[in-house]
Design a protein around this ligand. Structure first.
Ligand code: FAD
Length: 347
């Protein structure tokens, strides 16, 4: 009981002060920090005025070191970069990562741990929270201080303000679309935050779990990533076949856009499920979202309604998608898309 009391007392005093120390779990690829992880740094910076942000990176090889250099200079709030360099982290498996977060948290005593709400964060953070015996706050879209967060509920139909009253650390997944990364000027002459290696000697083989990386299957495409694209072109069930769905892909190519799909289109096998937008797919908020033959079910809207400009084409004037659309066209997509393809200039 005494142990718990002192833990709780420590927690109260760390949250009572305005300062916070936040650990951001970052993803990297090809020597660069992925864009959603930069949003997590922006979110971490808004937890308190006086926040010191540490970035945790794991992996192996030279691309990890390049990513660490980028992390060190990515935002003025970053005070240190922690690097776990080991073959155990060659792939972002949840089990070793969760153990790593537990190890780093036990040494660093951070008040907050933040990751994005993509598959990386959703996979790792709840597992790490269980190891640290705290409840995570997920899908945060607004931060109003060290303990107060806004998150969507009922498939995004309502926003709920929650106050975190659990033990430290407060662990959050944040929606990257809600924390856009502004152009940040970091003193180019400075080397950035110090980079240090995490001592992994206590992470033995048995303690990191039994999951194994087998392979990554992903479409080899030049199209932008759906989660961070400026323009998304989405097709729904109305496309009727995978063959017809190629019209959406052609249009996306001409616009330099990512391709999205409704769950009905994915379930019908027109496209792989990594393209699904919505409550059980990806959350996107591009500058332009074009929806063709999409009814606008609430589960789909939950993934795209924060887009800046929404264009919808549907032959049913009463389709719910028109309630969120900035520009709506009542028409047949099999006429509209070929016309658009004809009128848009070649890339
Ligand atoms: P439909 O609802 O069948 O709509 C097709 C639309 O195309 C209609 O509005 C029709 O008027 C229009 N149309 C037909 N022909 C043409 C034409 N020639 N030209 C123009 N318009 C035409 N859905 C998601 O998308 N993402 C999710 O993440 C998701 N998660 C879910 C989670 C749960 C728990 C549940 C229960 C459901 C979820 N769904 C999700 C499914 C969702 O409820 C809808 O069933 C789905 O979004 C409908 O897809 P759709 O708009 O393509 O198809």
């Amino acid at each position: 009981i005494l142990k718990n009391l002192s833990k709780r007392h420590l927690f109260c005093s760390s949250f009572a002060s305005r300062s916070a120390s936040t650990l951001v779990l970052a993803e990297h690829e090809g020597g660069s920090i992925k864009a959603p992880s930069l949003s997590a740094v922006v979110a971490a910076n808004s937890i308190s005025q006086d926040n010191s942000v540490s970035i945790l990176l794991a992996g192996s090889g030279s691309s990890l070191q390049q990513a660490a250099q980028m992390a060190a200079t990515c935002h003025p709030s970053v005070s240190q970069v922690l690097v776990a360099d080991s073959d155990k982290f060659a792939y972002p498996l949840a089990e070793p990562w969760a153990k790593l977060v537990q190890l780093v948290q036990q040494k660093g005593g951070y008040s907050h741990v933040v990751a994005t709400s993509g598959s990386f964060g959703k996979n790792i953070l709840p597992r790490a929270a269980a190891l640290l015996d705290v409840s995570p706050v997920t899908d945060v879209v607004e931060i109003n201080g060290p303990q107060q967060f806004v998150r969507p509920i009922y498939a995004g139909n309502a926003l709920c303000t929650v106050r975190y009253t659990g033990a430290s650390p407060c662990m959050l997944t944040v929606r990257s679309t809600s924390f856009p990364v502004p152009p940040i000027s970091v003193d180019s002459k400075s080397d950035g935050a110090p980079i240090s290696q995490v001592d992994l000697s206590t992470l033995d083989e048995d303690s990191i779990g039994r999951s194994r990386y087998i392979k990554l299957s992903s479409e080899d495409t030049d199209r932008p990533d759906l989660g961070s694209a400026r323009i998304v072109v989405t097709g729904g069930r109305a496309l009727k076949s995978a063959e017809n769905f190629k019209m959406i892909e052609k249009l996306a190519e001409k616009l330099g856009a990512a391709v999205g799909a409704t769950r009905a289109a994915v379930d019908a096998g027109f496209v792989p499920n990594e393209l699904q937008v919505g409550q059980t797919g990806k959350i996107v908020a591009p500058e332009l979202y074009m929806a063709f033959g999409v009814s606008g079910a609430i589960q789909h809207l939950a993934g795209m309604k924060d887009s800046k400009v929404i264009v919808a084409v549907n032959k049913d004037a009463d389709a719910p998608i028109f309630q969120v659309a900035d520009y709506g066209l009542v028409g047949d997509l099999f006429e509209v898309i070929p016309e658009l393809l004809e009128k848009l200039p070649e890339k």
